[in-house]
Design a protein around this ligand. Structure first.
Ligand code: ZN
Ligand code: ZN
Length: 143
C-alpha cells in the first residue's frame, strides 16, 4: 500500500486492543515540539495527524482511556498498554489529532509544518524547510 491509496486509513496501539479507522485520508500533519506533548509521549517531538472526528471510528477490544492535561485538552491512550493514541482540544472543535506513530502506515503521512518551534529541543535539528510556528500551527477558536 502507498500513501496514494483511497479507502480507509487504520491504526491502533502497541498491544492492538485499541483500533481506529478514518473514512477519509487526513491532510493536516504537523510536528509538535511543545513540552506537554513531550511529557505525554516520552519522545523528543511528536507528529500529529488531524482528522475530522465525524469520520473516525474506534473498533478495537478496548475504548481509549482519557487524561485531561488541561481543561481544554483530552489526551487518549490505550488502557492496557499505555500507548498514546490522540489529542483533542476544545479550541479545535470537531477534530481528532492522532499520534503519527499509532497509524499502521505512518510513512504515508509526511509532516507539513512545525508547531511550538519555540519549545523545540535545541539539539533536535530537522532541516526540512517546512513552515515553523512559534506556537499553534492550526487556528484555534478562543485563543
Ligand atoms: Zn494497547
Ligand atoms: Zn504539543
Amino acid at each position: 500500500m502507498t500513501g496514494d491509496d483511497a479507502g480507509p486509513v487504520t491504526g491502533g496501539c502497541l498491544c492492538g486492543a485499541v483500533r481506529f479507522r478514518l473514512d477519509a485520508r487526513p491532510d493536516w500533519i504537523s510536528y509538535c515540539h511543545c513540552r506537554d506533548c513531550r511529557k505525554a509521549s516520552g519522545a523528543p517531538v511528536v507528529v500529529f495527524v488531524g482528522a475530522a472526528g465525524a469520520g473516525v471510528s474506534f473498533e478495537g477490544k478496548a475504548e481509549p482511556a482519557v487524561h485531561r492535561s488541561s481543561p481544554e485538552v483530552r489526551r487518549s491512550f490505550c488502557p492496557r498498554c499505555g500507548s498514546p493514541i490522540a489529542y483533542e482540544d476544545a479550541g479545535l472543535p470537531g477534530m481528532i489529532y492522532f499520534f503519527l506513530g499509532a497509524f499502521d502506515e505512518p510513512e504515508s503521512f509526511p509532516p507539513r509544518h512545525h508547531a511550538f518551534e519555540s519549545q523545540r529541543l535545541p539539539w533536535l535539528g530537522i532541516d526540512d524547510g517546512l513552515p515553523r510556528h512559534a506556537r499553534f500551527s492550526a487556528t484555534r477558536s478562543g485563543s
